[in-house]
Each structure stands twice: as structure tokens, then as C-alpha cells.
Design a protein around this ligand. Structure first.
Ligand code: DAT
Ligand code: MG
Length: 139
């Protein structure tokens, strides 16, 4: 069990705005080690699969369109207490409610275009990491 790992994406708005390097620096400065990393782009079909848990939510179509709108960075991160500590580092889903100094407070545009993803549990961190990375890409 990867209890000390989480999974992140730097989302299309943050990559398009040139914030990829600044966000990776915040992640490393906070003590997360990058285990696997990929610069890639989701098709609408893949974005729909990744966010299938939100299929019934009213924003699902918008979310799928947005997440397939441009390149992203996907990464597996390692640190003690990775899932909870990373959620603290990124801040609330809605940047208007995100704490000062968090990635979303600094870089998110809106509740939809919110700069980064962070897994919400150890179980989902493993599922999400496996979605992007083969066993040969997880170190
Ligand atoms: P989080 O990304 O903080 O885990 P979530 O899992 O509730 O948030 O939702 C997944 C993504 O869906 C979120 O990062 C952005 C989008 N989203 C959530 N709520 C939304 C809303 N009310 N309107 C538009 N997009 C929303
Ligand atoms: Mg979530």
C-alpha cells in the first residue's frame, strides 16, 4: 500500500499560464519527492474516465471539456502523510475559500479552473497514479 504517496495534476489553466515551474517548486519546497512525472494531454474520453466519480454532478461536462483543453502535468508524489499534507498545500477547491499561501489561492482562476488536482485518499492516490503510469514508470 502506497500510504505515503499521492497523485497530482497541474491542470490546463496553470500550464497555459506558465505556472508549471512555480507549482513544481512549491511542491518540492514543501518536501514532496517526485516519483513519476508526465507532460501529457487527456482526450475527452480519458478525462471522462478519470472523473467518472463526478458523472452525475452538474459540472461534469464542463470539467471534462476543461481537463481535455490543453496539456497537463501528471505526477506521483511521496512524503509522510502525503495525501493530507498535499490537500493542505493546494487549498480549498474554490480559490475564494483557499487559505493564503496555498497553490490554489495563488494560481487558481475559479472553482472549475483551479490549477491543480490532489487525491482525496490513499486508495484514490493509487488508482489515479495507476491511471497515468505503468508499473515501469512508478519508481
Ligand atoms: P477537489 O479537486 O478539490 O478534490 P472535487 O473532487 O469536489 O474537488 O471536484 C473535482 C473538480 O471538479 C474540481 O477540482 C473542480 C471541479 N468542480 C468541483 N465543484 C465544481 C463546481 N461547483 N463548479 C464547477 N466545477 C467544479
Ligand atoms: Mg476531488
Amino acid at each position: 500500500m502506497a500510504t505515503n504517496r499521492t497523485f497530482t495534476m497541474i491542470k490546463p489553466d496553470a500550464v497555459a499560464d506558465g505556472n508549471m515551474g512555480a507549482i513544481l517548486k512549491m511542491i518540492e519546497d514543501a518536501g514532496f519527492k517526485i516519483i513519476s512525472m508526465k507532460y501529457t494531454r487527456l482526450t475527452a474520453e480519458l478525462a471522462g474516465q478519470f472523473y467518472a466519480v463526478h458523472k452525475e454532478r452538474p459540472f461534469y461536462g464542463e470539467l471534462v471539456d476543461y481537463m481535455s483543453s490543453g496539456p497537463i502535468v501528471a505526477a506521483i508524489l511521496e512524503k509522510d502523510n502525503a495525501v493530507a499534507d498535499f490537500r493542505t498545500l493546494i487549498g480549498a477547491t474554490n480559490p475564494a475559500e483557499a487559505a493564503e499561501g496555498t497553490i490554489r489561492k495563488l494560481f487558481a482562476k475559479s472553482i472549475g479552473e483551479n490549477a491543480v488536482h490532489g487525491s482525496d485518499s490513499d486508495e484514490n492516490a493509487e488508482i489515479e497514479g495507476n491511471f497515468y503510469f505503468s508499473q515501469y514508470e512508478r519508481f
